[in-house]
Each structure stands twice: as structure tokens, then as C-alpha cells.
Write a protein that binds this ligand. Structure first.
Ligand code: GDP
Ligand code: MG
Length: 441
């Protein structure tokens, strides 16, 4: 049984939010037997709901034989405890439910540690309540039970564990940082978005990798997964799938997933994937933009990817397109499941990569056929001319190739933008900077 509760301003969202909470409950393995809502100006400080409503809740619980009550809003430790005592049933809030789902879905040791950390931090201020449960199980002796000493010991143990987890996570993060630096020469793209928007499907389809896990469930993906994706014309990008966001994501969780989301922070481009067929896609977009801002990621180059266009009802397609054109011009319309449905995304990635790779003039001695072949293989040659015993190529090349061919004896000059001779380190600096500052149209 869930008992979400809304302030009047959010009234029109109630059904949708309830439906989402029901999906979360289902993901966690619960069966929803009933719902209850109440409209209040502000939550009751002791019990969240008004006292009449708590009574009603108690009756409904008995009637339905419910064993769990889930609140859509965050409860203070005291509110949770009070309601629980009044209705004699386990009470959870949305944050706890999400933490529970994450706990069952975490696979890598890093994700497990992140979830455990978030759970412990959530638990700490609620310890007395947890002890109340224990007391009840021991036969309801009321005020007896483990007492303050035990509580203090537990608190210290938990605080110690939190410190250990934070240190270990910092180690993992350092290792990850090294990995990221090794990938620096790649163009890195991160998929972000509301849970179930189709992020993993986009990665799976672009990377043609059936191993990427896709499920019509919330939070199927907790660990960032990176694949090298071929986007045509010899261009590749490193595409990373990240954990999905949701309304009222517990802040402990956002904090502990900061490291995982560093993948997104380091990306050259963020793809914000949106389920266009969801009636609440605009709200989802706002939630994701909000979390991105919380993570300090607003203002990064970002492209909205309106996914699941195949599932938008035919009579709604024009309206969705018009709304998007109005709201966020930097958008693409795609489908991760239709053949060719991701072509607009592939094209756009290729174009933005081309914009990042400057057009260079490369002068190679005509005798160095091997180097010329290499340039044709690694770059995109736009033009090739002869000047006496020198071959002059106009080509787009990435930083790595430029370094290599310069070492092999070619003279490289940037011909697009500021035309100037490129010498030693300056070349890479210039390119490195432009790769991070070139905005998307
Ligand atoms: P994620 O949580 O963002 O990673 O979402 P998933 O990639 O796991 O996809 C969630 C659900 O949406 C799955 O059932 C997918 O098959 C489905 N899905 C993803 N992309 C599309 C699409 O373009 N069209 C349709 N109709 N369904 C899609
Ligand atoms: Mg996923």
C-alpha cells in the first residue's frame, strides 16, 4: 500500500507520481494493493498526515491486509517513527524505497559501496527507530531493550564504516581518473536522462552490442558502461551509459554517485535522452536538468535526444515536435528500436566531431608514401595536391594523429580558423582547448 501525499500546487501530478511510485514499488518486489492521497497546505510536523488521515490509513491497512506503507514524500525520522507506531505497520518513504532498489541492483563493488554509503547515511539519524523494531520483535517490552549504550556503539560502528567506505571510494575514483586520462585523446560522450528513457538502448544500438543491459524497469543500470562507437567516415566516440535520474532522488544517493557521474562531468558532450512518448517528459527533463545542475554540470555542451519517437501516438507527433522546437532547439528526434532510427544522432555526432577536428594543411615529402597512406587511413583527406617533391594534403585529423605524423617528419599547419604555423606543444594546446570549448549549434 502506498500513501503518497501532495501539496496542492502539485495536485495535477498526483496520478502520475503515484503511478511512478507504484512502478518503483514493483521494481522493489512489492505488490501494490491500494493508494491513499491527502491534500494539505503543509505536512503535519509529527505525523506528516493529519490525524484523521492516519486513522483512515490504519483502517485501509487492516482492510487490505497491507504489510508496508510507502510515502511518496520524504519523511523526517520522527514522522516515520510516529506513523509506524500509530498504524502498526512498516513505513517507508520514497528515498528509502529507491535506496532499497539500488541495493538490489548494484553489481560492481564500486556501486555496492556507493549504495551502502548512502544507506548508512540515511540510517544514522533513524537508529532509534530501527531499535524500536527490534524491541517489538523481542516481545514488545516497551522501553527496555538494548538501551543507549548499544545505540551509541552502533552509531560509532556506522560512522566508522562510513569513513572506510569513503576512503575506498576515493581510491576507486583515483584509479578511474587514471583511466580517464588515458582516454583523453578520444571524443567522449555521456548518456544522461530520466530512468527508463532509453539510454542503455541507445548505447546498445549504436555499439551494436547485445550485452548492454536493457529492461523496462527503473534503474536497470547502476554502473557506468563505456563502449567505443563507430559513427562512420572513420570517426569513433567513446559513449558512456550512466545511472538514470528520477524525481526526488535521495540526496545521499546523488552524493555517493558523484564519482560514477564524474564520467559525465568529463565528457565532451552530454546526450540528454528523453522518452518522448511519456506524457510527463517535460517534467522528466526538468528533473534531469535539476540533478545535472546539482552536480555542477549545467552549462556543459548538451544535446537533447528525443527518443522513442516511434511510440509517440501519431496525432501527437506534430505537437511534440513543435513543443521541442520551441523549448530546446538543440534537439534530435530518434528511436533506438526502429531501423535507422538513430541515424540523426550518428550524423550529428559525426558533424560535431568534424567541427572539433580542425582542417589542417599537411606537407609530406612525396617520397614518404607510407606516411601519406597513414594520413588517408586515420584522417579525412579533403584535398591532395603536388608541389614539386612535396605532397600537400588538406585533411581533418585528431590530436593523436597530428602528434604522430609530425614526429614522422610531416609539416602540419592549421588552415581553418586562425591560420598559423603549428610548432611543438602549442599545436596540441590549441587543439586541446578547442575540443572542450566548441559549443554545439
Ligand atoms: P534506460 O533506463 O534509460 O537505460 O532505458 P532502457 O534502455 O533500459 O529502456 C527502457 C525501456 O524502453 C526498454 O523496455 C526499451 O526496450 C524501451 N525503449 C528504449 N528505446 C526505445 C525506443 O526508441 N522506442 C520504444 N518503443 N521503446 C524503447
Ligand atoms: Mg539503463
Amino acid at each position: 500500500m502506498s500513501a503518497p501525499f501532495k501539496r496542492s500546487s502539485a495536485k495535477h501530478h498526483v496520478d502520475e507520481h503515484l503511478e511512478e511510485l507504484a512502478r518503483l514499488a514493483d521494481t522493489a518486489g512489492a505488490i501494490v494493493v491500494g493508494t491513499l492521497t491527502q491534500q494539505l497546505d503543509r505536512p503535519h510536523s509529527a505525523t506528516y498526515l493529519g490525524s484523521g488521515k492516519v486513522e483512515e490509513l490504519k483502517l485501509r491497512i487492516q482492510e487490505l491486509g497491507a504489510t508496508l506503507v510507502i510515502f511518496d514524500d520524504e519523511l523526517t525520522p520522527a514522522q516515520g517513527k510516529n506513523v509506524e507506531l500509530m498504524v502498526h505497520t512498516r513505513v517507508m518513504d520514497r528515498a528509502e524505497l529507491i535506496l532499497d532498489i539500488f541495493a538490489t541492483r548494484a553489481r560492481s563493488s564500486e556501486a555496492r559501496m556507493q549504495v551502502e554509503l548512502a544507506q548508512l547515511e540515511y540510517m544514522l539519524p533513524r537508529l532509534t527507530r530501527m531499535w524500536t523494531h527490534l524491541e517489538k520483535m523481542r516481545g514488545g517490552i516497551g522501553m527496555r531493550g538494548p538501551g543507549e549504550t548499544q545505540l551509541e556503539t552502533d552509531r560509532r560502528l556506522i560512522q566508522h564504516r562510513i569513513r572506510v567506505l569513503k576512503e575506498r571510494l576515493a581510491d576507486v575514483e583515483r584509479a578511474r581518473e587514471i583511466q580517464r586520462q588515458q582516454r583523453q585523446s578520444h571524443y567522449r560522450v555521456a548518456l544522461v536522462g530520466y530512468t527508463n528513457a532509453g539510454k542503455s538502448s541507445v548505447l546498445r544500438a549504436l555499439a551494436a552490442d547485445g550485452e548492454v543491459f536493457v529492461e523496462d524497469r527503473l534503474f536497470a543500470t547502476l554502473d557506468p558502461l563505456t563502449r567505443e562507437v563507430d559513427i562512420g567516415d572513420g570517426y569513433t566516440v567513446l559513449l558512456t551509459d550512466t545511472v538514470g535520474f528520477i524525481r526526488k532522488l535521495p540526496h545521499h544517493l546523488v552524493a555517493s554517485f558523484r564519482a560514477t557521474l564524474a564520467e559525465a562531468r568529463e565528457a565532451d558532450l552530454l546526450l540528454h535522452v528523453i522518452d518522448s512518448s511519456h506524457p510527463a517528459w517535460e517534467e522528466h527533463r526538468d528533473v534531469v536538468d535539476g540533478v545535472l545542475a546539482e552536480l555542477g554540470l549545467s552549462g556543459r555542451p548538451l544535446l537533447y535526444v528525443m527518443n522513442k519517437m516511434d511510440a509517440v501516438p501519431a496525432d501527437m507527433v506534430d505537437a511534440v515536435r513543435a513543443r521541442v522546437a520551441n523549448l530546446m532547439p538543440n534537439s534530435l528526434f530518434v528511436s533506438a528500436v526502429e531501423p535507422g532510427g538513430l541515424d540523426p544522432l550518428r550524423d550529428e555526432l559525426r558533424e560535431s566531431l568534424k567541427r572539433q577536428r580542425p582542417v589542417l594543411e599537411v606537407r609530406v615529402p612525396a617520397s614518404n608514401g607510407r606516411l601519406i597512406a597513414e594520413i588517408h587511413r586515420d584522417g579525412e583527406v579533403l584535398e591532395q595536391t603536388n608541389e614539386d617533391d612535396t605532397i600537400v594534403l588538406r585533411a581533418r585529423l585528431d590530436e593523436r594523429s597530428i602528434g604522430r605524423i609530425r614526429q614522422a617528419g610531416a609539416r602540419v599547419v592549421v588552415t581553418k580558423g586562425v591560420t598559423r604555423a603549428v610548432s611543438s606543444g602549442a599545436a596540441l594546446d590549441t587543439l586541446g582547448t578547442s575540443a572542450h570549448t566548441v559549443p554545439l549549434p
